[in-house]
Design a protein around this ligand. Structure first.
Ligand SMILES: [Zn+2]
Length: 152
């Protein structure tokens, strides 16, 4: 069994290697809202809400991950069941990498090295932990930038 992401459900409907896949309720909602309910049915997915996602959220926060709650639940499912997470979302792969969960891409290559994000003020160039407002110049013009993961 593998834990699969939204785009994998949508694009992988005919993939026999995805038989017996699992996912989280949020992915099913995304798939439905995009109009691909039939694909989800064809895969006969096992839908599981992970019981515990706190560690995933902590890592996500520590690296300023752009992942959604659904993304993080999927990672938590991979961790809880000790199954491979299949996603082309690099930020999802990144959380898996840091947490030691096995992951693979579907249409695309996987990441090799983990990263983290920081926020940078477009006005004065200050790097900040605050995604809303620069503490140096007060500008709200903040952008998310990526850098090598430094475990800290
Ligand atoms: Zn600034």
């Amino acid at each position: 069994m593998k834990a699969i992401d939204t785009n994998v459900v949508v694009r992988g409907a005919s993939g026999t290697e995805l038989r017996d896949a699992a996912t989280v309720p949020g992915v099913i909602e995304e798939v439905k809202s995009k109009g691909f309910s039939r694909q989800a049915k064809r895969l006969s997915l096992t839908v599981i809400e992970p019981g515990e996602s706190e560690e995933v959220r902590e890592v996500s926060e520590a690296v300023n991950s752009p992942t959604s709650e659904t993304d993080e639940n999927l990672v938590a499912l991979g961790k809880e069941r000790d199954i491979t997470v299949v996603s082309d979302d690099k930020a999802v792969q990144n959380l898996c990498h840091i947490l030691g969960i096995s992951y693979e891409g579907f249409m695309d290559e996987e990441i090799e090295e983990p990263v983290e994000w920081f926020f940078s003020c477009k006005n004065c160039g200050n790097s900040t932990e605050d995604p809303e407002r620069c503490r140096r110049c007060g500008s709200g013009n903040i952008t998310r930038k990526v850098r090598e993961y430094s475990s800290g």
